[in-house]
Design a protein around this ligand. Structure first.
Ligand code: S3P
Length: 189
């Protein structure tokens, strides 16, 4: 949670941001956090698909990762440049973009890493339109991404939540409470 303009609703920072690997529940938990805080959810992949009229898989098949990443970057950076308030579900690879990391640090954000073991995530991520990377061996892909990205997620996170067997409702409740508490003015000494 860093500087930037502090327009808030329900006491939480302008942008409650969810990061984590594919299958970690960013969209599902994000929708529940948004509902709990009474603010909209910006699900970046949904915005990209609405803007382009194509699924993430179609984008990837037509232009590859090189066509997709700039769209992802621009949607995240734009969302964080607004006053909010909102909840932003950043796709798994979004944090690999320097401009995204800069925007996350510069804006009024509370960033949560939804952390889980690649084995758990591999069981979750069946074939779906928006996960062209999954392919035939989801576990290998997720283990590689976990090695590549965990340090970045940890650096950016104000809160790290292990999914374990926690329900989306339970996780969302923890996030809404933590974001609101983190923004509460500290009592005078
Ligand atoms: C990706 C994650 C996906 C989607 C694309 C690439 C990644 O989003 O953007 O398949 O690189 O981790 P979710 O994290 O919402 O699954």
């Amino acid at each position: 949670m860093t500087g930037g303009d502090r327009s808030r609703s329900a006491g939480a920072p302008a942008h409650v941001v969810l990061v984590g690997l594919m299958g970690s529940g960013k969209s599902t938990v994000g929708a529940l956090v948004a509902e709990g805080l009474g603010r909209p959810l910006v699900d970046v992949d949904v915005v990209i698909e609405a803007q382009t009229g194509m699924t993430v898989r179609e984008l990837w098949e037509r232009g590859g990762e090189a066509a997709y990443r700039p769209l992802e970057r621009d949607v995240v950076v734009h969302a964080l440049s607004t006053d909010g308030p909102d909840v932003v579900a950043v796709p798994g690879g979004g944090v690999e973009e320097g401009l995204v990391r800069t925007a996350l640090v510069a804006a009024d954000t509370y960033t949560v890493w939804l952390r889980a073991d690649p084995v758990t995530l591999a069981e979750r991520v069946g074939r779906s339109d928006h996960r062209p990377l999954v392919g035939a061996d989801p576990l290998a892909v997720l283990e590689h991404q976990s090695t590549e990205r965990s340090a970045t997620y940890a650096d950016l996170a104000d809160l790290i939540l292990d999914l374990d067997d926690r329900s989306p409702e339970d996780l969302a409740g923890t996030i809404a409470a933590a974001a609101t508490e983190a923004a509460a003015p500290s009592p005078p000494p």
